[in-house]
Design a binder for this molecule. Structure first.
Ligand SMILES: O=C(CO)[C@@H](O)[C@H](O)COP(=O)(O)O
Ligand SMILES: [Fe+2]
Length: 219
């Protein structure tokens, strides 16, 4: 599954850019929501996601919630018809409670961890989650360098939870995808590498091929 991040796209053309990426083979849209508090950057929130949903009724929307109070945005994002609510566990006291509220609101649950957070932190919550997002850059900005030293987290999760959806996000593109897919990631976020490519369709298809090849080799 390949989900482009539109963070580094022309946000004045959010709808056209999103539709273009879906038409070029993207499986879902990864929407980066930042509150200027959990991360030192601001993007957009549920009003924009809702408008985008009105224009793109069918695609799978994942919101990557880089926010200090993820509980605050569950209802508005559900109203905006978000499919998957992926939040960072670092600022949260009661992770199972947030997971329960997300599910109750009708969305899938993603648990995200920053590079400095051990994968042990999520292991007690996997029964409540549909996906774990391993950040491969410090959250906050697109276009950063991929952190290969996050791959042991992915590999450990894949080894111990063969059916878990594992997403990587940050600096992933044609030159780094093989490390991710070999470690066991099956949901791939790619921003700059897709958006800035001369041929985004072939980038999306090469990312997919790498993931599929790794899955085939394991089976
Ligand atoms: O969540 C984030 C950054 O915080 C990501 O979704 C990036 O925006 C992906 O962009 P690239 O690193 O692929 O350019
Ligand atoms: Fe993201």
């Amino acid at each position: 599954m390949i989900g482009p991040s539109i963070l580094n796209a022309d946000l004045a053309q959010l709808c056209d850019e999103s539709q273009r990426l879906l038409d070029l083979g993207a499986d879902y849209l990864h929407l980066d929501v930042m509150d200027g508090h959990f991360v030192p950057n601001l993007t957009f929130g549920h009003p924009v996601v809702k408008c985008l949903r009105n224009k793109i009724p069918k695609a799978f929307f994942e919101t990557h919630m880089m926010v200090s109070k993820p509980e605050q945005w569950i209802e508005p994002m559900a109203e905006a018809k978000v499919d998957q609510y992926t939040f960072h566990v670092e600022p949260v006291q009661d992770v199972p409670e947030i997971c329960r509220k997300i599910k109750e609101a009708g969305m899938k649950v993603g648990l995200a961890i920053k590079p400095g957070t051990s994968v042990d932190v999520v292991k007690d919550y996997l029964d409540f989650a549909d996906l774990v997002l391993i950040m491969t850059v410090e959250p906050g900005f697109g276009g950063q360098k991929f952190m290969a030293d996050m791959m042991p987290k992915v590999a450990w999760l894949r080894e111990n939870y063969p059916d878990l959806n594992i997403e990587v996000d940050g600096g992933v593109g044609p030159s780094t995808i093989d490390q991710c897919s070999k470690a066991g990631a099956n949901w791939i976020v790619s921003g700059t590498a897709v958006i800035k490519a001369d041929d985004p369709k072939s980038v999306i298809s090469s990312l997919k091929k790498s993931v599929q090849t790794a899955i085939d080799l394991k089976n």
